[in-house]
Design a binder for this molecule. Sequence first.
Ligand SMILES: NC(=O)c1ccc[n+]([C@@H]2O[C@H](COP(=O)([O-])OP(=O)(O)OC[C@H]3O[C@@H](n4cnc5c(N)ncnc54)[C@H](O)[C@@H]3O)[C@@H](O)[C@H]2O)c1
Length: 284
Amino acid sequence: MSPDFENSRRTPFDLSGKVVVVVGGGQTPGPKIGNGRATAVVAARHGAEVVVADIDAAAAQQTVDLIAAEGGLAYPVTADVAKEQDCRAIFEVAVERSGRVDGMVYSVAVNPPFDIDTNTMARDDFHHGIDVNMLGCYHCNLYAAQAMERNDADTTGSIVNISSIASIKNEIGLNIGIMPYALGKCGLNYITELTAVQFAGAGVRANTLMLGPIDSPLAHHDAQSLFGLDAAGADEAHRETVRLKMGRATAWETGYAVLYLLADESRFMTGQQIRLDGGATAVR
Ligand SMILES: NC(=O)c1ccc[n+]([C@@H]2O[C@H](COP(=O)([O-])OP(=O)(O)OC[C@H]3O[C@@H](n4cnc5c(N)ncnc54)[C@H](O)[C@@H]3O)[C@@H](O)[C@H]2O)c1
């Protein structure tokens, strides 16, 4: 049913009745909350049934437990997005169990291991990075959009692909270590546009949420391992090169930006790259 925007009593950003798949909804272990987990929790708090897909079954279950403890609805699906059949299975399970898919958030990324001293990366590692960061995004967009197409005529679907300002800006330095990530995110940006164009007629939207530095465990780990810096050194390098105008956000800010993109309130927005970066990439 079309949202009744003129009704002063309507609940804004209400995801009730929607099924939202968060791919990468577990998280790298650590003290802070990651983007996928925060997004899953926010979506559930706003009424969605959340499908938490992740390669790490225990991490996905932890997210489900967090949501259940607050009275929300969620269940886990274990999947390796480097495998096309796993991507397809995520949406088959969601449709079989929940009857439909309304939202999909692709919040997965890896930085493959490399030798910082010789600036070399094994070919298989490079390809695995592209498989996860880019091909997995393509497959999840395709199978999500196909599932959304099957919803009733007057409902919409929304896809949110989580990108990084690393796809438009070289943050700290050029080495082979960052390439599968940066190139994968460039591909993700483009996949979003293709999905948006191809599925607009079916009422399916797709947008890129391009993140700047977020205080997640993965970000801290990768900033250090990519450039051989300790935590303070990584932060200092970011301040110098990215010019963090507003410091770092938490993943909750990501969750609320995604909430807008998933909700009917954003129903005229598609094919866009939205930067959530505290102004880091603004002209200065
Ligand atoms: N944290 C930041 O500063 C930052 C900045 C820009 C973009 N991002 C993006 O945010 C997203 C989430 O990253 P995060 O920092 O919140 O870390 P995170 O650890 O919370 O999320 C990454 C998740 O991906 C899962 N994953 C890894 N390989 C997988 C695979 N093959 N199949 C399925 N799941 C897999 C991990 O288990 C983990 O749960 C990523 O797309 C990342 O590029 C983060």
